[in-house]
Design a protein around this ligand. Structure first.
Ligand code: CO
Length: 295
C-alpha cells in the first residue's frame, strides 16, 4: 500500500483485473467489471457492467420490470439502443453516445430493453453509484443526456475526451448534482499519446478499458499494459497519468467520493441495514414500494 504521506502525487495502480462473463436480467449475457464482492474496494461505486454484444440472442430478453431503491444507475450507450420506461412516467430510447442518469432514491420500477443496430450490435456500460443514508429515500430523479449535449474536448497530450461528468481543460460535463460527486470521462488516446488528469485525493478512482491497451501509471514505474476489459483500480494520489505506446486505447475514467457506510445489498436494492432491505422487499411484494410514483 502507498502511505498517506504520498497522496500529493500521481496515483499508482493498486490492482488490475478482467471483467467476467455474467448472466443478468431475463437472461442477458454481459461482462461484469465489478459487483457485490469487489464493491467494498470501490466505495461509492457498487457495480459496473459492460453489456456490449454482437448477437441479439445474447441480449434480446433484456431487463424487464424491476425495482431499485437506495442507489443511482448511470447508463452510457455506445451501440444500438435501449428502450426505457419507468414508474415516474419517463420513457424513450437511449441511443449511441447518450447517458441516462437515474437516481432510484426511495424507489423506482423500470424496464430496460436492448435493441441492436442494423448489424445486431448493441452495448454500453451501466455503473451503479451508492447513495448515502441521508439520501437513500430521496425523491427519485431521472435524466437523459443526449450525445449532442456531451462536450468533446481535446486535452493536452492529444487525448479526445467525452466529458460526461466532471471537468477537463476547463470544460464541464452536463451531469451534475450527483450525491457522490462523480467524475465520468470517456477518454481516447492514439498511439504515443498521454493523458494527465487531476482527481480529488479523497476520491475512489478507477479506469475501465473499452478497447486497445494503455499504461495507467507514470512511465517510470514498472508496469505492463492493460487491455480491453481490464478494470484498473487506483491507489491514493491527486492525479492520474495514462500513456500509450504503439497501440491506441479507449477507457472510462471514473472517480467518486467514498461514503464509508455499511452496505446492505440484495439484487437491485441497496440500503444500510438488513431491516431496511427486508422492508423494501416486503413493500415491493405488498404494492406499497413506490412513494413518489406519478402513474
Ligand atoms: Co435497472
Amino acid at each position: 500500500m502507498v502511505k498517506a504521506t504520498e497522496t500529493g502525487s500521481v496515483r499508482r495502480v493498486s490492482k488490475v483485473w478482467q471483467s467476467q462473463p455474467t448472466l443478468e436480467g431475463a437472461g442477458v449475457h454481459l461482462r461484469r467489471a465489478f459487483g457485490f464482492h469487489e464493491a467494498p474496494r470501490l466505495d461509492p461505486f457498487l457495480l459496473l457492467d459492460d453489456f456490449r454484444g454482437e448477437n441479439p440472442e445474447d441480449y434480446k430478453l433484456g431487463f424487464p420490470w424491476h425495482p431499485h431503491r437506495g442507489m443511482e444507475t448511470i447508463t452510457y450507450m455506445l451501440d444500438g439502443e435501449v428502450e426505457h420506461s419507468d414508474s415516474l412516467g419517463n420513457g424513450g430510447l437511449i441511443s449511441p453516445g447518450d447517458v441516462q442518469w437515474m437516481t432510484a432514491g426511495s424507489g423506482i420500477v423500470h424496464q430496460e430493453m436492448p435493441k441492436g443496430d442494423r448489424k445486431g450490435r448493441m452495448g454500453g456500460f451501466q455503473l451503479w453509484a451508492n447513495l448515502p443514508a441521508g439520501h437513500k429515500m430521496m425523491e427519485p430523479r431521472y435524466r437523459e443526456v443526449k450525445n449532442a449535449e456531451i462536450p468533446v474536448v481535446k486535452a493536452p497530450g492529444g487525448a479526445t475526451v467525452h466529458v460526461i461528468a466532471g471537468e477537463v481543460a476547463g470544460v464541464q460535463g452536463p451531469v451534475r448534482e450527483i450525491v457522490t460527486e462523480p467524475e465520468y470521462l470517456d477518454v481516447s488516446l492514439k498511439a504515443g499519446q498521454s493523458f494527465t488528469h487531476p482527481v480529488k485525493p479523497e476520491h475512489t478512482v478507477f479506469a475501465y478499458v473499452i478497447e486497445g491497451e494503455g499504461y495507467f501509471q507514470p512511465e517510470s514505474e514498472s508496469q505492463s499494459a492493460s487491455g480491453t476489459g481490464s478494470l484498473v483500480l487506483y491507489g491514493p494520489g491527486n492525479s492520474v497519468a495514462v500513456t500509450t505506446e504503439n497501440k491506441p486505447v479507449r477507457f472510462l475514467l471514473v472517480a467518486g467520493k467514498p461514503l464509508g457506510e455499511p452496505v446492505a445489498w440484495r439484487g437491485p436494492i441497496v440500503m444500510n441495514t438488513q431491516e431496511e432491505l427486508r422492508l423494501a422487499f416486503r413493500e415491493y411484494q405488498e404494492g406499497t414500494f413506490l412513494r413518489h410514483a406519478r402513474r
